[in-house]
Design a binder for this molecule. Sequence first.
Ligand code: PAF
Length: 280
Amino acid sequence: MKVVHSIEELRDQLRGQNRTAFVPTMGNLHEGHLALMNLAHHHGDPVVASIFVNRLQFGANEDFGKYPRTLQEDIEKLQRQSNVYVLFAPNESEMYPEPQNYSVSPPSDLGDILEGEFRPGFFVGVTTVVLKLLACVQPQVAVFGKKDYQQLMIVRNMCRQFALPTEIIPHETVRDADGLALSSRNRFLSDAERVEAPHLYRVLNQARDEIRGGAHDIERIEADARAALAAAGWKVDYIALRRQRDLRKAAADEVVAGEPLVILAAAKLGTTRLIDNLEV
Ligand code: PAF
C-alpha cells in the first residue's frame, strides 16, 4: 500500500486507472471501515482510501480537537487487513490551502433536518469535502456506510445532480455482537456506558417490530422509543420514522400501504453522541 499526502502524488499513483473504487474516512479505522474497503474491492480496482478529519463538518462546540487521530495504527491495520492500494492522507493545508470559500449546500428539506437540525452546517462540510475528495480521486465508485443514512442519501443526490461520474454504493451497518453499530466515537464510552449503548439498537428494533406488527401511529411509536431511552439516562436528540426515499414524514395511510420506512436516531450517552438507524 502506498501512502500519499499530496493531491499531486495521488494523481501520479492513479494515472491511467479507470476502475478506481474509493472509501473516504476520517480514520481511527475499525471493522466497519474495513468492510467498506472489502466491498469497494468487489466493485473496482485499485481501491483508494482516504483519511482526513474534516474541520468543515464540525460545529464550534463539537469534538474536532478530540476526534481520535491514529494514522500510524490505521496504516498498519490497512497494510495487514485490506486490499487498499493507495491511502490518501492529506493534512489540512493540502486540502484547504486557502479558506474554502466555495461550498456545496444540500437542499434544506434534506440537509437541515435530523442530523442537520442538531448539527447546523454539518452536511455543507460533508458535501464540500466529499466533492473535493471525489475530484482528487476521480473514482468510478465510492462506498458509504448506511450507518450515516442521511449522509449517504445526500452524497448520492449530490453526485446525481452534478452528474459526477461516480456511482455511490451503500454498505450495511456493521455491528458488534450485541448490536451496537461500530463507530470511532464508541471508544469514548465508559465501561458502564458501553454496556448500555446497545439499548439504542434494541429500541429501534422494538419500533420496527411494532410497525411490522401493523402499528401505524408513528408519533406514539417515536414517543415510546424516546421515553425508553430517556428512562435509561440517554439524552435523545431525535428518534424519527421517515420514508426511505426522501426522509420525509410518512402519513398513516402510507405506513399502512407498506411505504418503505427507516427509523433514525441520535442520542447522547454521557458525553458521547451515538447515531443509528434501521430500515423497516
Ligand atoms: O463519514 C465520514 O467519515 C465523513 O463524514 C466523510 C464521508 C469521510 C467526510 O469527511
